[in-house]
Design a binder for this molecule. Structure first.
Ligand SMILES: NC(=O)c1ccc[n+]([C@@H]2O[C@H](COP(=O)([O-])OP(=O)(O)OC[C@H]3O[C@@H](n4cnc5c(N)ncnc54)[C@H](OP(=O)(O)O)[C@@H]3O)[C@@H](O)[C@H]2O)c1
Length: 311
């Protein structure tokens, strides 16, 4: 069976002055100190105790936080029992009980449950830092439901976060302190890599690239596996060859200094097998179709945010 390998502590990528992203080791060292403070002192409340909450709590506890630092509110008794049993955290059905006295409130309900879950909640923890992982709902709308002007950071994670291999786009307004940004980074790093964006509107492209992105790769993997079977491979062999190839290609792209265009050119000998495959993909305009698909996802993310804003 294929094993998914994740690197332990994911890096934080910061936009540099020319808009590229780079690893910043000095800041990472500083963060280690804050990280320790965070593990010892902060109380975290989670509103919604589903998949994403479980992943973040699990990541934070395995990173050194104590179970007694967490309070989770969820209406589902089975969900509460699962989290209490799995992590030893405090659970409650009342959102206000969870947030009262918390330093960090993580909003982790589905978008359609957010209005009800957040209603007037801000007054129970007006000084806490709110980190929302709720897809597509803008900060202004969240604050309107909370009915309090709280410090908020929005994060857009993706599904591999459930395995600790996710990537999250993060946005904070200029009023958010460096310490609050570091706390939010540490929360989201427990499920993978973190990339900051300068404007909240850029979380829609984040949704289109990395939020919906796993599905694009799954589609490619489905087609490659199907072709392998058509060419005579056993289904399990075709699946494993495809999965390990996807993982290996992603690791080469991540771990190499060489950009993906050159990596692609290096494995494409003129007249060879890879060239034959890429000619078909180019002739069918597959690269343009993928760009168009990502634009469509972004457009839909904007529409959904507008719809929730009118809720
Ligand atoms: N999972 C991902 O890969 C992923 C990726 C990116 C973003 N996100 C975002 O993360 C958020 C959480 O996703 P998820 O996958 O963790 O969803 P989930 O597994 O459905 O968890 C949400 C939890 O919130 C509970 N809930 C419903 N109403 C509530 C209320 N009024 N107060 C408190 N809790 C309430 C739900 O309980 P019931 O089941 O009883 O309704 C459920 O246990 C969503 O906004 C999603 O868009 C998730």
């Amino acid at each position: 069976m294929s094993a998914l390998r994740c690197s332990g502590r994911a890096p934080v990528l910061e936009p540099d002055v020319v808009g590229l992203y780079s690893l910043d080791t000095e800041r990472t060292r500083d963060r280690g100190l804050r990280d320790r403070e965070m593990k010892q002192d902060l109380i975290f409340a989670f509103i919604g105790g589903g998949n994403m909450a479980g992943s973040l709590i699990g990541g934070l506890i395995s990173g050194g936080c104590r179970p007694d630092q967490f309070r989770v509110a969820d209406p589902d008794p089975q969900q509460r029992e699962r989290l209490r049993g799995q992590f030893g955290v405090q659970v409650t059905e009342h959102n206000r009980t969870a947030v009262s006295g918390a330093d960090v409130v993580v909003l982790a309900v589905k978008p359609q449950a957010a209005a009800e879950a957040l209603k007037g909640l801000g007054s129970s923890a007006p000084d806490a830092l709110y980190v929302s992982v709720i897809a597509g709902i803008r900060e202004s709308q969240l604050k309107q439901w909370l009915t309090t002007e709280v410090a908020m950071i929005r994060a857009m994670p993706n599904t591999p976060a459930l395995l600790g291999c996710g990537v999250s786009g993060l946005h904070a307004e200029g009023t958010i302190s460096a310490e609050q940004r570091e706390i939010a980074e540490n929360v989201m790093r427990s499920s993978g890599t973190v990339v900051w964006v300068d404007e909240e509107a850029l979380l829609d492209p984040v949704t289109a690239v990395s939020g919906s992105g796993p599905a694009y790769f799954f589609l490619l993997m489905e087609a490659m596996t199907r072709a392998g079977v058509q060419l005579g491979l056993a289904p399990e062999a075709a699946r494993l060859l495809t999965q390990e190839t996807a993982l290996g290609a992603a690791r080469m792209a991540l771990e190499s200094d060489i950009d993906v265009t050159e990596l692609r050119q290096r494995v494409t000998s003129p007249g060879g097998t890879t060239a034959a495959a890429l000619e078909v993909l180019q002739a069918r305009d597959v690269p343009e179709a993928i760009e168009e698909a990502v634009h469509a996802a972004c457009q839909r993310a904007r529409q959904l945010a507008d719809e929730f804003g009118q809720a």
